[in-house]
Design a protein around this ligand. Structure first.
Ligand code: HEM
Length: 148
């Protein structure tokens, strides 16, 4: 039995902890942007949002993203854990790539807010807010139901 097999439940627990923290950020950061987009540049409210956004991204989301990929990668590398002839794992990985893309776009938009150069509307960020939710639903169905 490989070391990874023995540790599998622990690594899965760490994977899920990281996933929950990352998702919390992916859902909350665009919500902060919705309110930040309505605040006047240079106002006290706007400056407070900048601090909240920076801490959320650097303190929670980026470490959680690294944990998700690291522990997910270890699970995937465990002998026999994934049947690579099934389709669901590839759909899951594609949805994870979508979440990564959103993460890096959010990081770019945070830098725009930090420099007072956001030009996107509240409606834009409201729509962005829906994307991680849809990807999460897709991922959960893939890993739990494994439909194909
Ligand atoms: C590169 C990224 C990722 C890889 C390689 C990966 C890989 C894996 C693997 C191999 C498992 C174990 C499946 C089993 O129990 O046999 C797993 C479990 C799980 N993953 Fe991921 N994962 C990644 C990212 C994510 C993300 C972003 C989410 C959610 C947003 C997620 C949600 C889950 C859930 C909920 C489980 C538990 C499934 C169960 O026990 O039934 N994973 N992951």
């Amino acid at each position: 039995m490989s070391v990874l097999t023995g540790l599998f439940p622990w690594i899965k627990a760490l994977h899920l902890l990281s996933v929950i923290a990352w998702m919390a950020g992916l859902l909350y950061l665009p919500r902060l942007f919705v309110y930040h987009a309505a605040a006047r540049a240079g106002s006290e409210t706007s400056e407070t949002f900048k601090v909240m956004e920076r801490r959320l991204l650097r303190g929670i989301m980026t470490p959680a993203l690294i944990g998700t990929l690291l522990f997910g990668g270890l699970l995937a590398a465990t002998p026999g854990a994934v049947d690579w002839s099934r389709g669901w794992i590839y759909v899951k990985l594609a949805a994870v790539a979508g979440l990564l893309l959103i993460h890096f776009l959010l990081a770019q938009w945070r830098r725009d807010f930090a420099a007072d150069r956001n030009r996107r509307s509240q409606r834009f960020y409201r729509l962005v807010n829906e994307v991680p939710t849809l990807l999460l639903i897709l991922i959960l169905i893939m890993v739990v139901v494994q439909p194909f």
